[in-house]
Design a protein around this ligand. Structure first.
Ligand code: GTP
Length: 235
């Protein structure tokens, strides 16, 4: 069984039906899912996106905000989400540390790779925030990067859908869910697992990416245990 995993949640997932902001019920749900992993002794790193607050690309679309600034705004959004998640986890007794790729030391720890490893070894959940600390990189890429650094056994991309489909299931009723695909398959244009930078980094480091439905209770644990969870795996 995997000992160390990195779970990536999208910012939008935290928003619930509202599509914006942070829904406390969803935070609590995620915290309980993480608790199941901790009870099994699994070491957990988390990366959360920021799209429920702001998206760098969209913010810059009107041409008023530069893309670089939009991306930095997005990075700060992920810190907000990380702190919310830390509160939800600690509310149910799970020790959690937030680290940020940009220094905001009054708010949280700065990302230090060796310190993150020590936290994980001590059983703490570590939330890696502020993406990679660089504009033009997504939080998916940050998730793969941190997973490679901490030598995670897999990255789990926790989504609203069951897995990866051969075509958009919203548009095509005959879309088929793919159980397993190669990194090269995942790099094909119509397959939206993660952006190319993230996939390429995973491929270079042979890091498996599991795409699954985060809203099915117990699904994360099942997948990590190698049981029959709903998911697609890129490897
Ligand atoms: P150990 O070294 O294992 O004791 O880890 P620890 O994280 O409990 O110890 P530390 O004294 O480093 O941190 C205590 C608390 O302060 C933790 O909640 C940390 O997340 C937090 N903390 C540590 N460094 C910083 C920092 O630079 N900024 C902020 N805002 N909090 C920090």
């Amino acid at each position: 069984m995997s000992k160390r995993v990195l779970v990536k949640f999208s910012g939008e997932a935290l928003a619930g039906g509202e599509g914006f902001g942070i829904d406390s019920e969803i935070l609590s749900f995620i915290a309980q899912e993480i608790e199941l992993l901790k009870k099994e002794g699994i070491e957990v790193g988390i990366v959360i996106g920021g799209g429920n607050i702001i998206r760098g690309v969209s913010a810059s679309e009107a041409g008023v905000i530069k893309r670089t600034s939009g991306d930095y705004m997005g990075m700060l959004a992920t810190v907000i989400n990380a702190i919310a998640m830390q509160e939800a986890l600690e509310h149910i007794g799970i020790d959690t540390r937030v680290q940020s790729a940009v220094e905001i030391k009054e708010v949280c720890e700065t990302y230090i790779y060796r310190r993150a490893i020590r936290h994980l070894q001590k059983g703490r959940v570590v939330i890696f925030s502020a993406g990679t600390g660089n504009p033009y990189f997504t939080t998916d890429t940050a998730a793969i990067l941190r997973a490679v650094e901490i030598e995670a056994d897999m990255v789990i991309k926790a989504t609203k859908v069951d897995g990866v489909y051969d075509k958009d299931p919203k548009k095509y009723s005959d879309a088929v869910m793919l159980q397993e695909l190669s990194y090269d398959d995942a790099l094909k244009d119509h397959i939206k697992v993660m952006d190319d930078t993230a996939i390429a980094l995973a491929k270079d480091n042979r890091l498996p990416i599991v795409v699954c439905n985060m809203f099915k209770r117990g699904n994360l644990l099942k997948i990590i245990k190698g049981q029959d969870g709903y998911c697609s795996i890129v490897k």
